[in-house]
Design a protein around this ligand. Structure first.
Ligand SMILES: O=C(O)CCC(=O)C(=O)O
Length: 251
């Protein structure tokens, strides 16, 4: 049991080209609003800078020379083509199978691993992030990553620990300031698999999947849409409050 599903080339080249255009349009609109100063800035304990603007949060690349966006979340409300993906049967049907219920919205994110500056996502499970907001409902949340560019080892394709969802919440790194990342010593590298796939492919996994991705050292961007689904009818992430004290209940 790998714990993940890879649907290669689920979206056509034409569909992917359109989604790339939408992603860049949304990026440009949000960044220009940020440059116009319409924001509310938070600096996380790890030094990462988050800026709220136009109903989304820009997570800036921590070390890029010049400013580069690492992610925008939530994002699907910013363009009808992104909103439509919540009802796309090619996503909803397999996600419903994965979570064992009709899949509804939790949150959608747009990740940019820009050429040369896209940084690492360290070992983590999405689960603690969701647990701080949704409590035990976080066990039922799973993510579908729509790859907008080819994913290769060189541009920081995702590495997953096969079967890790069955192990439950994994010990977190006590020396890491956010308290959200997995202790690298607790990662069973013998089960690591890096998922290379062409643009238009979709990778689905539950929130308990242990995963990371490496920096993008290539000359081209690697962009992804991440749609996090949960059983339909539950509150979306935007309606919940982040309570870091919940972390004390996790390993
Ligand atoms: O896009 C990636 O490479 C990693 C994404 C990820 O792990 C996340 O956003 O939680």
């Amino acid at each position: 049991m790998t714990g993940y599903v890879l649907l290669e080339s689920l979206f056509t080249a034409t569909e992917v080209e359109r989604l790339r255009g939408v992603a860049e349009q949304v990026h440009a609109e949000v960044v220009s609003a940020a440059e116009a100063g319409e924001t509310d800035v938070t600096v996380w304990p790890d030094g990462h800078r988050l800026e709220k603007v136009r109903g989304t949060t820009i997570h800036w690349e921590p070390d890029a020379v010049g400013k580069a966006v690492r992610s925008l979340s939530p994002v699907s409300q910013l363009h009808p083509a992104l909103d439509a993906l919540w009802d796309e049967p090619r996503l909803v049907d397999p996600m419903s199978t994965l979570i064992g219920a009709t899949a509804g919205r939790f949150v959608a994110k747009l990740n940019f691993k820009r050429a040369g500056v896209g940084s690492e996502f360290a070992w983590h499970q999405d689960f603690p992030y969701w647990y701080c907001c949704a409590g035990d409902a976080a066990y039922d949340i799973a993510t579908a990553i729509v790859m907008l560019d080819d994913n290769t080892i060189a541009n920081g394709a995702m590495t997953l620990i096969e079967g890790s969802p069955a192990d439950g919440p994994v010990r977190r790194d006590a020396d890491e300031p956010t308290g959200l990342l997995v202790d690298p010593a607790a990662v069973d590298m013998s089960r690591a698999v890096t998922v290379e796939a062409p643009a238009g492919s979709v990778l689905m996994f539950p929130g308990l999947m242990v995963h990371r991705s490496a920096p993008n050292r290539t000359a081209t961007d690697r962009r992804s849409l991440l749609y996090c689904f949960q059983p339909a009818g539950r509150p979306e992430l935007s309606a919940l409050t982040y309570d870091p004290e919940r972390l004390a209940r996790l390993p």
